[in-house]
Design a protein around this ligand. Structure first.
Ligand code: PEP
Ligand code: MG
Length: 578
């Protein structure tokens, strides 16, 4: 058996602890016929399984409410409601009366229900599929006496490493952080949202660990190294000692980085670069504010929604945005409107989409659901009173989307004025450039927007036609492909020619090599993970723009990502070692 599994580094940190395997999938159910005389006992077994499932859900609900709050806990009410549905019990009982074993009868009814709701025209009802699936798994696990794989039920304080095939952002949000110290997934890549979220939560993570589930039993001790992208199974005492020594060393290095984080990001030839932070959850505001960043270049508001069954209302959103704006005390805070869809879905999601990344997501959904969108816009305009808040739109492909948003902002202004609550009407509005359409035709946007922010994660995905979350494609996902570098250079040039700020807020902006390339392409604003601020400043402070410019020009002239990367790496090393 392999003792070291190698995956993709997703979030740094070393954790020594027991492995908890999470197999959150509907188990196989054998066809089993029962005798007439066993029918009543089988029905009683079904009801007992329902009752045990209810007890477990109530328990998890109470714990979630205490740890995360009432909105997060409400997810479990939907599942409790399904169990209490008389039609469900009646349909399953009818099949048991036709001599089917309880587990098969329940399996058939749930499959039918999930199919029925999955095809429903109402998005609200389609969203129920996720909850039905959870109930399907929970009840069958009890009826079949399977080990408990509940993702929200792991012993507290155990430093557990959660290993699973894939984790949705909503499941990640629901994880009990008092128990889970690290995550490892078979699927995923460094720019998948689960990896981004793990970094925000400060959870060490390795993704793309193919075959991890078959190599593990659960319960064994392992060492996860999020920076190396490895999972060492059943380590020796010496290996554990070595890991603990490295944890202490990292803590020591953190002091040095803290100092660097508060230095000025000025290049060797005297240019001040703006380094902002990406904030994914409001709780990250304070960490971000003390990270040495010049404000927030991207706040991903959809993490207020994923993992929940209801949308946050205006007041809740206002409080979340105000918290971030106030934490940054007057520094710019760019808040992105909901980028829900793709792999960032509320509980239940939109399961009928064949291509969610090309689907009804982000600005498209917000403009179609304008009442929901205006709740967010009003909350932002109100929070803008407390500092320098700016609004940013995701996944823009055409200027019409900006114009329609301005129209809705106008309506939100009127609504707030009528309510006589404090707000600001003159909030800057910018767009993410993360589709080839927006990049190639960035000149069509300049008259209507106040700033551009390049979302390199999606720009790479859409330009190279490489799913950002697919572990099998991870080596093909690269921002150094000449097509991507050229698009970014073009956007920067359009911005400069029209006096519009251009920032890069995708994950590449946190990588030293990419920082060198981006500065060389002319970019002077980056927004990075708070924990990467120090490292990014180290690169900025170590280079001359003229050298970066020449390297970027040479990279633009290469024919492959590998050539570009090799060239940039050589020149950056020479520059830093000077
Ligand atoms: C991006 O696409 O680069 C980006 C910053 O947005 P997200 O990662 O949230 O899609
Ligand atoms: Mg994006």
């Amino acid at each position: 058996m392999l003792s070291v599994l190698r995956g993709i580094p997703a979030s740094p940190g070393i954790v020594v602890g027991p492995v908890h395997l999470l197999r959150w999938e509907v188990p196989e159910v054998r066809h089993r016929l029962i005798h007439d005389s066993a029918i009543d006992a089988e029905i009683a077994r079904l009801h007992a399984a329902f009752e045990r499932t209810r007890e477990r859900l109530r328990h998890i609900r109470a714990r979630t409410e205490a740890q995360a709050g009432p909105e997060e806990a409400a997810i479990f009410d939907v599942q409790l409601g399904i169990l209490d549905d008389h039609e469900l019990a009646a349909n399953v009982t009818a099949l048991i009366r036709q001599n089917l074993g309880a587990e098969k009868a329940f399996d058939i009814v749930l499959l039918e229900w999930r199919q029925h709701f999955g095809r429903h025209t109402s998005p609200m009802l389609r969203e129920k599929v996720g909850d039905l699936t959870d109930v399907h798994i929970r009840v069958l696990s009890i009826l079949l006496d399977l080990p408990d794989h509940d993702p929200v039920d792991v012993p507290r304080g155990s430093n557990t490493i959660l290993v699973t095939h894939d984790l949705t952002p909503s499941l990640t949000m629901q994880l009990d952080r008092a128990c889970i110290a690290a995550i490892a997934t078979e699927a995923g890549t460094a720019t998948a949202h689960v990896a981004i979220l793990a970094r925000s939560l400060g959870l060490p993570a390795v993704v793309g660990l193919r075959q991890a589930l078959s190599a593990l039993h659960g319960g064994e001790v392992a060492i996860l190294d999020g920076a190396e992208g490895t999972l060492l199974i059943a380590p020796t005492e010496d290996e554990i000692d070595e890991a603990r020594r490295r944890v202490a060393e990292e803590a020591g290095r953190a002091d040095v980085l803290r100092e660097l984080a508060h230095s000025e990001p000025v290049t060797q030839d005297g240019t001040r670069v703006i380094v902002r932070a990406n904030v994914d959850i409001p709780e990250e505001a304070e960490l971000g504010a003390t990270s040495g960043a010049d404000g927030v270049g991207l706040m991903r508001t959809e993490f207020l929604v994923v993992g929940r069954t209801t949308m946050p209302d205006e007041d809740e959103q206002y409080r979340a945005y105000k918290r971030v704006v106030q934490a940054f005390g007057g520094r710019p805070v760019i808040i992105r409107t909901f980028d829900v869809g793709g792999d960032k879905l509320p509980v239940g999601g939109f399961p009928t989409e064949a291509n969610p990344f090309l689907g009804w997501r982000a600005i498209r959904m917000c403009l179609d659901e304008s009442d929901l969108f205006k709740v967010q816009l009003r909350a932002m305009l109100r929070a803008a009173v407390h500092g320098d808040l700016r609004i940013m739109l995701p996944l823009v492909v055409t200027v019409d989307e900006v114009r329609e948003t301005r129209q809705l902002i106008g309506e939100a202004v009127e609504e707030l004025a009528a309510r006589r609550v404090p707000f600001r009407a003159d909030v800057p509005l910018g767009v993410m450039v993360e589709t080839p359409a927006a990049a190639v035709a960035s000149d069509t946007l300049v008259r209507d927007v106040d700033f551009f922010s390049i979302g390199s994660n999606d720009l790479v995905q859409y330009t190279l036609a490489v799913d950002r979350g697919n572990a099998n494609l991870a080596p093909r996902f690269t921002p150094f492909h000449p097509a991507v570098l050229r698009l970014m250079g073009q956007v920067q040039a359009t911005g400069a020619a029209n006096g519009i700020d251009v920032c890069v807020c995708g994950e590449m902006a946190s990588q030293p090599l990419a920082v060198f390339a981006l500065l060389g392409l002319g970019l002077r604003q980056l927004s990075v993970a708070p924990r990467a601020v120090a490292d990014v400043k180290r690169v900025i402070r170590g280079i001359r723009l003229e050298v970066a410019h020449e390297a970027a020009q040479a990279a633009l002239a290469t024919h492959t990502a590998r050539e570009a990367e090799t060239l940039l790496r050589r020149r950056l090393r020479a520059e830093l070692d000077r």
